[in-house]
Design a binder for this molecule. Structure first.
Ligand SMILES: Nc1ncnc2c1ncn2[C@@H]1O[C@H](COP(=O)(O)OP(=O)(O)OP(=O)(O)O)[C@@H](O)[C@H]1O
Ligand SMILES: [Mg+2]
Length: 362
């Protein structure tokens, strides 16, 4: 009997500012999925968006090229300073990308059996693409529409997390319309962290020691979103906690993050020499358990599935939840796979489980 290998579409690239990081994630997931069991194709949903007026001209032109089967793209300036290994992954993925049009089965072509989600940021991690896949009846790894949308929206996520009893940083959301108003400024606690509401990889994020720096920081954040969060800066030990599973959840060992600068910024996230990531975190066992419990509670409160990575700061041993990522970085050296390895789960084994959970949920 010949059994057909499962056709897995690794969805990567996409339209967000984290496109290149997503390509690196996609390349490594494709490399980590067992070739004996899976028939893997790298699919770019940007190809679906060629006519979407919400995208800039450059993104739409790339979407058109993808639809025409033209591979390859140049790296944005920001990514040229990253280490060679991650740039190689980005370039390798870009050359293998296939437009995610036929493979979704809309035209009846060779439809995938399961979508492995490897997108970061808006249009991929925020529920909109999950909605399309669920409409088409294609199982996908990770969270569904609502959880993905809630987690991507830091303001909404904080509201849900705090009503579940978790502690989140005090903060205020500022819209473009509110920017000229004075009222909200009294609610800002310094030092503050200013960040776009819906963005990842620390893009558009700044630390502001006093009111003088606020305007510049708002400017940088509004480049990424028309809603911005101004939060109190939490001082403590930064950790992140992976949560995996469907109905039964496992919190992975904490990873402690020691960035060279004041925050875990874009460069530090993707350049191993710019931070230390220590797993398990050097904290007392009871503190680690409290943080893991907070991560599971956060994952459940938002209704996540499959996997999430909850970012926290331990202030005097107590967990403060910064945010929940439903599609965390998934290169073999990213935080969640690193923690899984410490828990005895290799990268290929982790990928296998995620595919299995997607099929169960679908
Ligand atoms: N309120 C805060 N207090 C202290 N540090 C903060 C705060 N908010 C953010 N940071 C720092 O900035 C980093 C990025 O913030 P956050 O995780 O909220 O944003 P992100 O860009 O969505 O991240 P990711 O890449 O994990 O998706 C954190 O890892 C932390 O170092
Ligand atoms: Mg984060």
């Amino acid at each position: 009997m010949v059994t057909r290998r499962l056709r897995v579409g690794v969805l990567c690239g996409g339209a967000s500012a984290e496109r290149q990081i997503s390509l690196a994630t996609g390349a490594e997931i494709a490399a980590g999925l067992s070739a004996d069991r899976y028939d893997v194709v790298l699919l770019d949903p940007l190809a679906l968006m060629a006519d979407n007026p919400a995208l800039g001209a450059e993104r739409r032109a790339l979407a058109v090229r993808l639809r025409g089967g033209v591979a390859g793209e140049s790296l944005p300036e920001r990514d040229r300073a990253l280490p060679a290994a991650i740039r190689d992954s980005m370039e390798r993925a870009a050359l293998r990308l296939v437009a995610a049009t036929g493979a979704l089965g809309i035209t009846g072509a060779e439809r995938i059996d399961v979508a492995f989600m490897a997108l970061h940021g808006p249009w991929g991690e925020d529920g909109r693409l999950q909605g399309l896949l669920e409409t088409l009846g294609i199982p996908h790894t990770g969270s569904g529409v609502l959880a993905a949308a809630l987690a991507m929206d830091k303001t909404m996520a904080k509201t849900v997390l705090s009503s579940a009893g978790l502690t989140v940083p005090r903060g205020v959301e500022v819209t473009r319309a509110m920017r000229a108003e004075a009222g909200w400024r009294a609610a800002v606690h310094y030092p503050a962290v200013v960040k776009p509401v819906r963005q990842g990889s620390s893009l558009g994020l700044s630390v502001v020691p006093d009111p003088d720096g606020l305007e510049g920081a708002l400017e940088a954040a509004f480049e990424h979103d028309d809603r911005v969060l101004v939060e109190e800066r939490i001082i403590g030990t930064e950790v992140t906690c992976g949560v995996i599973g469907n109905d039964s959840l496992q919190a992975l060992p904490l990873v402690e993050i020691v960035a060279n600068g004041p925050v875990f910024d874009y460069q530090a996230k993707y350049d191993p020499s710019a931070s230390q990531e220590i797993c398990p975190a050097r904290v007392a066992p009871a503190v680690a358990v409290a943080a893991q419990n907070a991560a599971i509670l956060a994952h459940r409160a938002l209704g996540c599935r499959g996997l999430s990575r909850v970012d926290l700061i331990l202030r005097e041993g107590r967990p403060i939840v910064l945010e929940v990522n439903t599609m965390p970085g998934m290169t073999a050296n990213s935080l969640l796979p690193k923690a899984a390895r410490v828990a005895g789960l290799t990268f290929p084994a982790l990928l296998d489980r995620l595919v299995q959970w997607a099929l169960e949920a679908g």
